[in-house]
Design a protein around this ligand. Structure first.
Ligand SMILES: *[C@@H]1O[C@H](CO)[C@@H](O)[C@H](O)[C@H]1NC(C)=O
Ligand SMILES: *[C@@H]1O[C@H](CO)[C@@H](O)[C@H](O)[C@H]1NC(C)=O
Ligand SMILES: *[C@@H]1O[C@H](CO)[C@@H](O)[C@H](O)[C@H]1NC(C)=O
Ligand SMILES: *[C@@H]1O[C@H](CO)[C@@H](O)[C@H](O)[C@H]1NC(C)=O
Length: 356
């Protein structure tokens, strides 16, 4: 692994010489922290992690955030795989630096989702750490603490409101070097500004899914006093939100590739909550090693489902194989006085379908 990392460094240095920015290879490879074991980043230290020079510098300055960076990356990878578990592209990752492989640089809506969910994961993890009081640089949202709330409606701010500003700031700095405004619709997008836009959309998703929680105090829950605080949604909710954005993502014009827009590429106006992509996705049906597409052969499908996990859609009409699998379970459990539970072993035969 060490040689691989130094390989990355070489590649990066070379690219730096050539283009003066290190583009897709190193930009995104911090995502590797999402597929490696907990504790590994701290053992290695910022200097030996696959990051761009700018990220390494920030990592060194704020090394207390390293566990949160990894938490965020792991959270995001897990959420991506959960949201896409029934789809043809299932967000599979590898343990090496490539992480998401081809999808990281393909400029498709899958790339868009990856960037959004990773940036959101970073905001979420850093903010959670702030709220737990683990940081000296951030804490709860002090503007709300002790604020008046709405006495007329009988509540006031209290407890710890999640302060997402610090996490959002850090996610911007770390992933995109601090760019805020990427609304470049007029001039089209480049792969880099596409990723920046989608990262920002991911951060906005954290903001948009925040809610207010309240607790009642008073004699036997009479709710004479009610305190409320702002809280981030569980990350699963953010994943659902971003998956919906993915379904409705917008194709934009790739400025870096064509001098002039094609006629069919109408100027679309994009807001900061939308995900954008510049390249159409492959159908992910058949294996294509060159593009890192695994294909759906051998994937388990559901014969009766009409959703994306249904055999028809998942197997792309190629049909499926049926296997009978034996399933052994504890069953007919009885409580025996005193004190144990006695069960029988029950066997059942279930059909399992996999794509041809
Ligand atoms: C995705 O599907 C492939 C088979 O095409 C399978 O090997 C892999 O484990 C799946 N990944 C996830 C994260 O479910
Ligand atoms: C905060 O610190 C406590 C104790 O050191 C630790 O158990 C917890 O995991 C930390 N939380 C985060 C989000 O880093
Ligand atoms: C971003 O830039 C666009 C045009 O360049 C401008 O219309 C918009 O107000 C800016 N947004 C922010 C948040 O600065
Ligand atoms: C298959 O799909 C049907 C209909 O959506 C669902 O009720 C069932 O639980 C699914 N079976 C499995 C094994 O996921």
């Amino acid at each position: 692994m060490e040689s691989r990392i130094s390989g990355v460094r070489h590649m990066c240095a070379l690219t730096l010489l050539l283009v003066s920015v290190c583009p897709l290879c190193c930009r995104a490879s911090w995502m590797w922290l999402g597929v490696t074991s907990a504790g590994v980043p701290e053992q290695r230290g910022c200097a030996n992690l696959p990051m761009s020079p700018r990220q390494r510098e920030l990592c060194r300055k704020k090394s207390f955030l390293l566990p949160s960076i990894q938490d965020g990356a792991r959270l995001a990878v897990a959420e991506c795989q959960s949201q896409f578990r029934h789809e043809r592209w299932n967000c599979s990752t590898s343990q090496d630096r490539a992480v998401f492989g081809y999808e990281l640089t393909s400029g498709t809506k899958e790339t868009a989702f990856i960037y959004a969910v990773m940036a959101a994961g970073l905001v979420h993890a850093v903010t959670r750490s702030c709220s737990q009081g683990n940081m000296t640089e951030c804490g709860c949202d002090s503007r709300l603490r002790g604020g008046r709330g709405s006495p007329a409606e009988g509540w006031h701010w209290g407890g710890c409101s999640d302060h997402i500003q610090y996490g959002t700031w850090f996610s911007r700095r770390f992933i995109d070097g601090g760019v805020k405004n990427t609304s470049t619709t007029r001039g089209g997008y480049t792969p880099v500004t596409m990723n920046q836009h989608n990262s920002e959309a991911g951060r906005q998703a954290i903001d948009s899914t925040m809610s207010t929680d309240c607790r009642c105090h008073g004699v036997s829950g009479s709710c004479a006093v009610k305190t409320c605080w702002r809280t981030m949604a569980a990350f699963e909710r953010v994943g659902v939100y971003l998956k919906e954005r993915y379904e409705r993502s917008v194709q934009v014009w790739d400025r870096s590739r064509r001098k002039t827009r094609r006629k069919d590429q109408r100027r679309v106006s994009v807001d900061k909550h939308q995900l954008v992509f510049i390249n159409k996705s492959p159908n992910y049906c058949v294996e294509d090693r060159r593009r890192g597409v695994a294909g759906t052969r051998g994937r388990r499908c559901n014969r009766t489902s009409t959703g994306p996990d249904g055999c028809n859609l998942l197997c792309c009409g190629r049909g499926y194989n049926t296997h009978v699998v034996r399933h052994v379970q504890r069953c007919e459990c009885k409580f025996v006085w005193c004190c144990f539970v006695r069960c029988r072993r029950c066997e059942s035969m279930n059909d399992m379908h996999t794509c041809k």
